[in-house]
Design a protein around this ligand. Structure first.
Ligand SMILES: Cc1ncc(COP(=O)(O)O)c(C=O)c1O
Length: 285
């Protein structure tokens, strides 16, 4: 159970960043979370592609290429020596003046944080988790675009706080137009009349790597999948709901706003996607 922190190529047991780093001061940073399977980071190319896209989304130039980042990830994994690891790659604007103007920051910091994968209980996968449709809106695409994975997660933090006050484990947010978007750290899928539905990118979501894989799996396995725009109330009519993300993979939702989803158990399409996704991971080379 080892944590290692790589800061600009220097691997340490503990990492320290200046309080004048604009990542700390203003959430002026971007990040990715990658997990390993059999010790190997999976879908790494997809995550790095999104990292560079996020950098461009906030006009930040990452001072190294993907090859360098991959080498540093491997060195940090080797140094930690965990069976399986959670890897967080953060690129901050860097140290600058105590002012939001990013032009005073000349050196972005690249941090690679490696630790053991957080354990999610088997019970959650078997029974499903509870979520709340919260009043906090997902940022609109022309404010802080949810497609850019920035270190500014206060929108999601506030949604999670509201959900917890409602006695739920996680939150689902709608956008300012009342359309379903996503969870606080996951994408949203639901089933109605045998069709698998997921909010389209235009609703203002992070285009999750897991979400993309699930869409491919559904299409390859005869599950009718639709991306679209639905009002928040539509979720209460769903027969099944699940969330997707790198850490939680495919997580069934059995309770929505204290009411059971469908018959209150993970449904057949959710279970099929869980199985297909775990087979996909097992068969990676
Ligand atoms: C807001 C949000 N949506 C969706 C996701 C899922 O993305 P991925 O499947 O790439 O992990 C995440 C992951 O952290 C997230 O933070």
């Amino acid at each position: 159970m080892t944590t290692k922190i790589n800061i600009n190529g220097d691997i340490q047991d503990e990492g320290f960043i200046s309080i004048l780093d604009h990542g700390f001061l203003f959430g002026d940073s971007i990040y990715e979370v990658v997990c390993t399977d059999e010790g190997k980071p999976y879908f790494l190319n997809e995550h790095l592609k999104r990292l560079y896209a996020s950098a461009s989304g906030i006009s930040l130039e990452i001072p190294h290429d993907e090859t360098w980042i991959k080498k540093q990830i491997q060195a940090t994994l080797d140094s930690a020596g965990n069976d399986e690891s959670y890897i967080r790659i953060i690129v901050t604007r860097g140290v600058g003046d105590l002012d939001i103007d990013p032009s005073s920051c000349s050196h972005p910091n690249i941090i690679i944080f490696v630790k053991n994968i957080p354990q999610i209980s088997e019970e959650s996968y078997a029974k499903g988790i509870s979520v709340a449709l919260v009043s906090i809106k997902r940022n609109s695409r022309d404010a802080l675009n949810p497609a850019v994975k920035t270190g500014n997660y206060l929108n999601n933090v506030l949604a999670r706080v509201e959900a917890q006050k409602m006695g739920a484990e996680d939150a689902i947010m709608v956008n300012p137009w009342g359309q379903l978007t996503e969870g606080t750290t996951s994408n949203l899928f639901f089933v109605k009349e045998g069709r698998l539905l997921t909010p389209e990118k235009g609703c203002g979501i992070l285009s999750g790597i897991t979400r993309e894989k699930i869409i491919l799996l559904a299409n390859e396995n005869g599950i009718t999948l639709e991306e679209g725009k639905w009002p928040g109330e539509e979720l209460f009519k769903a027969d099944e709901v699940f969330l997707s993300g790198t850490v939680k993979k495919v997580m069934p939702v059995s309770v929505l706003d204290s009411r059971p989803v469908g018959d209150g158990k993970p449904g057949p399409i959710t279970q099929k996607i869980m199985r297909l996704y775990s087979e996909l991971l097992e068969n990676l080379d």
